[in-house]
Design a protein around this ligand. Sequence first.
Ligand code: NAD
Length: 376
Amino acid sequence: MFDGRRIPGYGAEVTRTLRSAVAGTGGIAGFHAASLDRLGRAEIVAATDVDAGRLAAFGEKWSVPRLYPDLDALLAAESPDLLHLCTPPGLHAPQAIAALSRGISVLCEKPPVVSLAELDAVAGAAEAGGGQFATVFQHRFGSGATTLRGLVGDPRLGRPTVAVCHTLWFRPDAYFAVPWRGGFDIEGGGPTMGHGIHQFDLLLSILGEWAEVVAVAARQAKPTETEDLSCAVVTFASGAVATVVNSVVSPREASYLRFDFEHATVELDHVYGYGDDDWTVTAAPGHEDAVAGAWAAGPTGVRSGHDAQLAAVLDALDAGMPPPVPLAEARRTVELIAAIYASAFTGRRVARGELGPESPFYHRMDGTGAPWTTRP
Ligand SMILES: NC(=O)c1ccc[n+]([C@@H]2O[C@H](COP(=O)([O-])OP(=O)(O)OC[C@H]3O[C@@H](n4cnc5c(N)ncnc54)[C@H](O)[C@@H]3O)[C@@H](O)[C@H]2O)c1
């Protein structure tokens, strides 16, 4: 039951208790439940999973009153304010459409869909049913990212020129033994779709509209149908250029973003989540005071993570506003993923807006097919 708790710095004053339901009670669902518990602003009234044992354990741990063997049964009996979709990626679109067409809002784990076609179908269902669809991109919500977003366009930093966005992670071979991992059908792709997405969604949330991409993808070492590495060069509408590397073959893991503006370099160095101390700001000669003043005026104290995003989602629902991250912004990120695959698999530059229903890369991330034929 709602007891009025709030974590200082996270979220606005509470006006009502929201009713949440959870689909998929595996690893990440525990993060949602723990955040809801810490925030104390929503109660989980129902949950579903096809794995009865996992569902029962989740229900017991988080005191969920009603458990269902499948989503249809849950949706037939319940009308929650928010459905948390924590199932494998290939299920997100059909399950979101089932909820949205009943007018139920959805908070969906990344990646929101496994193709642009699915994303547009989800948007159609949201519009027709009246529910909202938001994607979990929790690294947008730390105070460092909020500060930097607020400074884009500020003359004290100047125009962005070059950026680096590297997700250099490592996954042991056993990671790919989980049935939904390692294939374009259910996971939608490799580290471009499932891992680097966190970092380059943050990059896009700061640098805005991308215009063109040229990319390479490779399968270097892992027992997977997808790439285990992609490297892209992304040009933005502003003229800024970013390198984007997405890897699961990098033993010393790092998530590194660097933004060079005319008058300052802003860097973020972390792995799976950051606080204020993970950001470094370096001014160009002669701009020290202005840059330090600009950065110091930003918000502080909020770590990136599910607590921060769920607080923002609950605030929005409370206020009758679209919860973050909305579909239009998720589409920009998913379109970049499709363009990275299209460029890597066809060997050409891909422009924003080029991948419509006539392109195979609109319907499947592997479009015309990955260039590799054998497993490593
Ligand atoms: N935001 C993040 O940092 C983050 C981290 C990890 C995973 N994720 C995402 O969360 C999602 C789930 O990942 P996970 O690691 O929790 O996977 P998981 O395999 O641990 O959990 C998925 C659960 O969904 C259940 N499931 C499968 N089919 C179902 C169905 N038809 N109806 C209901 N439940 C069903 C499975 O039984 C399982 O319990 C993925 O999209 C993944 O990319 C996000």
